[in-house]
Design a protein around this ligand. Sequence first.
Ligand code: DSN
Length: 402
Amino acid sequence: MDKIFELINEEQTRQNEGIELIASENYASKEVRRACGSILTNKYAEGYPHKRYYGGCEFVDEIEDIAIDRAKKLFGAAYANVQPHSGSQANAEAYRALLPNGGKILSLVLNDGGHLTHGSPVSFSANLYNFIHYPLDKNGHLDYEGIKQIILEEKPDLLLAGFSAYPYKIDFELLGKIAKETGILFMVDMAHIAGLVAGGKHQNPVPYADLVTTTTHKTLRGPRGGLILTNNEEIAKRVNSAVFPYYQGGPLEHIIAGKAICFEEALSDNFKEYAGLVISNTKACRDRLAKLGAVVSDTDNHLFLLNVLDTFGITGLEAQKKLEEIKITTNKNMIPGDTLKPNKTSGLRIGFAAVTTRGCTKKDAEDIADLIFDYLGNRIGVEDANKKVASIVSNWKFIEEI
Ligand code: DSN
């Protein structure tokens, strides 16, 4: 067997045996994976449905049309571009559609829960555009009035919302109103919460924003990829040019087929129930940790932040590595006002989208909280902790069956 297939098998075992708490991960369904691994990967289809640069596109045209229609229906958008290869590329394409190079963008800084493409100096974003940032308030919440004041003083061209490590609801309607009143554009990157929006458990930004980007593989539970939505025809045209030919070449029609299947799954009642369970499991784990005495953010969505420095006297990096010893996967994360650097951090980001797909219950979520608290606090040893992980996971679906 090719070494690659051996490694895929090992990764499959790792995914089956572990407790996956990385807030941006999930398990795509068999059907999504079947489409993504299909012969559609063989096809070149530069351009858009019915306007391609290649022959033989009649079937991929239909597939892409279906993906677009389902994306529009799922999020109530007038226009959808399903070709972005990733969330980062979707953001690059969105900025290109909305602003000239050098345009001024007001966003949340990475350290407070933003994203690399929201103006980090190590990403293209800060090199092509002029980013300024709004802070969170002292409790780690958005300060809507403060954002308005910054807009009035700094006069950016675009307000950007939607975050990677923000555990609270976002009032998109209010942010859209602020942008309108101050005469600037409003863009949302809903990558983390797209599944909660699709499941009706978070306010949908599409009616309030000029443009919305997302990934399709986080809470939305589809294939790894990006999506751009808008209700504005002019912006939609500029998005299409920014995606192809400006930033991308041939679309990944196998992934677009996987997106189409994911959108149909997300339109179901089962998915609505799933989105609700993600939120209640996250809350159950967070509340249990708080009850045990851990320093944690609150949560309204699929994630929370655990301050491991104040709770256990270790860094986020140390906590992440220690939990890996017992097959619990998390990621180190800055917490608002963090005094440590991004490669160490004071916090862990913990999310329940993936384990809820496998069948995690409220009791499992509370048991996971006990396990994290006891293991990071050196109250139980590695052997006992491993037994507890195996026992929790033994009640869950195998990832191949999802
Ligand atoms: N890397 C993603 C996350 O983990 O949140 C964001 O793109």
